[in-house]
Design a protein around this ligand. Structure first.
Ligand code: AGP
Length: 614
């Protein structure tokens, strides 16, 4: 995820403070970094691709001044590959405004077009570059920075945390935010802005958390916060008591838990990247899959590994059931060696959080060589898969630091939902009216994830009370795939043997394993299959298993009486999307099981975040 730091103070040390702050943000992952410094003759900007040391070496080489005020940024590429040019800060046309930005501006193409028509030129491929251009446009009118920022942000749709400097105001820093965190740190004769507390923690423990649409104005002595209309607002000072390690995790004990809690935000980002308020179809033109292309296809493969493979399973189920397109899912390590039928009438969809998984990348290369078009569903911009695929659907989960994938999976599912709708509409299997309704359900997903996260304490209690020898995850339809992901997570971080089974398969073998000490987690969210799954759960209950049901609130509770020892009830809704919701408790179950056993949650044994070797 991108990181922001800003410093203004009486002592001439701004660039040192900014570089120190950026170093504190390195743990979040980034691909380039940059700095802007106020000087009497204007703002200086330097930026480099790669690690912070590249920027530090470059600054030393050119004798970059220390200065009194500046902003810095570590970039995690979203729009445009990692490069010097795409790194932040970005300039306005006349170099009078400089901006660093975290988040995504969804309508940047439209705004960029308007600016181009006005004669502006752009250097980068980023969405961010339009921001200083728009602010400068308004600033030129009456030299009122707050009004200029406020007018600019009223034009932007999406999420942003901004650090802003005006060339003719070297004694001031500006900050603004919406849907992307930003804090303002209070010092003595110096003040700070930061996307994350660790960036400022060694200098101050007193911060304001800016709220949506707040604009902060900082000088060396004071901080003023105003709303969009320019009226002063007061925010409470928060005294940070966390140590640095806890602060890096946003106050959570582990990155995994932090990432679990980021899901409402990141799922919203993925959805917003493809949904428009006034259009009843997902925005997918860049994927190169038109009706003609789809009609001309003989087959679709989805290829992935691990958690991404589970997202592909959900995608296949939905594409077949809703868009009526036959789709084959395979693990990349099998696909690449079995000589599958691939030609120019084949679409291969590769799914990968990292975009670097060796087997998935090999499957991509093999498919392209055989003439197929490849669509990548990828989280990391600039990764090998994103560069080599013909088309890319980015999931906007931000960097995932915990080895166990959580938020990236939820964003992959959101991508699958959108892709399914796109295919279904192209094939005439979904009307704009039906999509309109679906869009409402999609937009409601982040709030529902939040409701489930509110049950964290109860889920922890359930985990604390069980000590299973082994665990079965069972379900039917989409619930089966949800169970596969739950089971993988439990194995990965709690080292507990578990298996996922289609509930109807139990009696074909695995039921022989059921005995006291076995925990069976039944996922029950698919209306037409509820009674069937509950019957299977009765069978395991009768053989001594402990049963935990993860069920939607519209499942008749009496059906679970006498079957479920424990139940976790999740919000009901569109049958497709409960696959995302039912997985949230599973993530928390695995997490708390690992914590209970005292394991290294974020770095489980024998595993790597990105499997770049076979
Ligand atoms: C997920 O929790 C795992 N760490 C692992 O299964 C992962 O999903 C798999 O290695 C694929 O990674 P990718 O999505 O980066 O390609």
């Amino acid at each position: 995820m991108c990181g922001i730091i800003g410093y203004i103070g009486r002592e001439e040390k701004a660039s040192d403070m900014i570089m120190e702050g950026l170093a504190k943000l390195e743990y979040r992952g980034y691909d380039s970094a940059g700095i802007a410094l106020a000087t009497p003759s204007g703002i200086l900007v330097e930026k480099t691709k790669g690690k912070l040391v590249n920027l530090a070496d470059h600054l030393a080489q050119i004798g970059f001044p220390k200065g009194y005020a500046g902003i810095g940024h570590t970039r995690w590429a979203t729009h445009g590959e990692p490069s010097d040019i795409n790194a932040h800060p970005h300039w306005s046309q006349n170099h009078d405004v400089v901006v660093v930005h975290n988040g995504i501006i969804e309508n940047y193409m439209q705004l960029r077009q308007e600016l181009l028509q006005n004669g502006d030129t752009f250097l980068s491929e980023t969405d961010t570059e339009i921001i200083p251009h728009i602010i400068a446009q308004y600033y030129e009118k009456d030299r009122d920075p707050v009004r200029a920022i406020s007018q600019a942000i009223s034009r932007m749709r999406g999420s942003y945390a901004l650090g802003i400097m005006f060339a003719d105001r070297p004694g001031e820093l500006y900050a603004a935010r919406k849907d992307s965190p930003l804090v303002v740190g209070l010092g003595r004769h110096e003040n700070y802005i930061a996307s994350d507390i660790p960036a400022v923690l060694s200098h101050t423990r007193d911060v304001y958390f800016l709220e949506d649409y707040d604009i902060a104005i900082l000088d060396t002595e004071q901080i003023r916060i105003v709303d969009r209309a320019g009226h002063s607002v007061s925010r409470d000072v928060f005294h940070v008591t966390w140590d640095v390690a806890a602060a890096e995790k946003g106050g959570f004990p582990h990155f995994m838990l932090k990432e679990i809690h980021e899901q409402p935000h990141v799922v919203r980002e993925t959805l917003n990247s493809r949904l428009l308020d006034d259009v009843d179809a997902p925005k997918m033109e860049d994927l190169g899959i038109s009706k003609e292309v789809l009609d001309g296809l003989k087959r679709i493969y989805m290829v992935a590994c691990g958690t991404s493979y589970h997202a592909a399973m959900v995608g296949k189920y939905l594409i077949e059931r809703v868009a009526r397109l036959s789709t084959i899912v395979e693990t990349a390590s099998e696909f690449r060696y079995r000589d599958p039928i691939i030609d120019e009438k084949t679409l291969v969809i590769v799914v990968s959080q990292s975009g670097e998984t060796a087997d998935t990348l090999a499957a991509l290369r093999m498919s392209k060589q055989a003439g197929a078009k490849v669509l990548g569903i990828v989280n990391v911009v600039g990764s090998s898969i994103s560069r080599e695929a013909d088309y890319v659907f980015y999931t906007w989960a931000g960097p995932e630091i915990a080895v166990a994938s959580t938020k990236a999976y939820s964003c992959q599912l959101a991508a699958m939902y959108l892709l399914t709708a796109h295919f279904a509409m192209l094939r005439g299997k979904m009307t704009p009216e039906e999509f309109h309704e679906l869009k409402g359900d999609l937009i409601g997903l982040p709030a529902k994830i939040g409701e489930i996260l509110n049950q964290e304490e109860e889920i922890k209690k359930i985990v604390d009370a069980v000590d299973p020898l082994n665990v079965f995850y069972v379900g039917r339809g989409l619930d089966y795939y949800t169970g596969m992901e739950g089971s993988l997570k439990l194995k990965e971080i709690a080292y507990l043997h578990s298996e996922a089974y289609a509930a109807g398969e139990l009696k074909h073998g695995p039921i022989a394993m059921i005995e006291p000490g076995t925990l069976v987690i039944g996922i029950v969210t698919q209306k037409s299959l509820v009674e069937k799954t509950i019957s299977n759960l009765k069978e395991v209950k009768a053989r001594g298993a402990q049963v935990l049901c993860i069920a939607t609130e519209d499942v008749d509770p009496s059906l679970m009486d006498g079957v479920a020892d424990e139940r976790i009830i999740i919000p009901a809704g569109n049958w497709m999307f409960t696959s995302l919701l039912a997985n949230i408790p599973q993530q928390l179950i695995a997490y708390y099981m690992s914590v209970k056993k005292g394991y290294d949650v974020d770095k489980p044994r024998n595993l790597a975040k990105s499997v770049t070797v076979e």
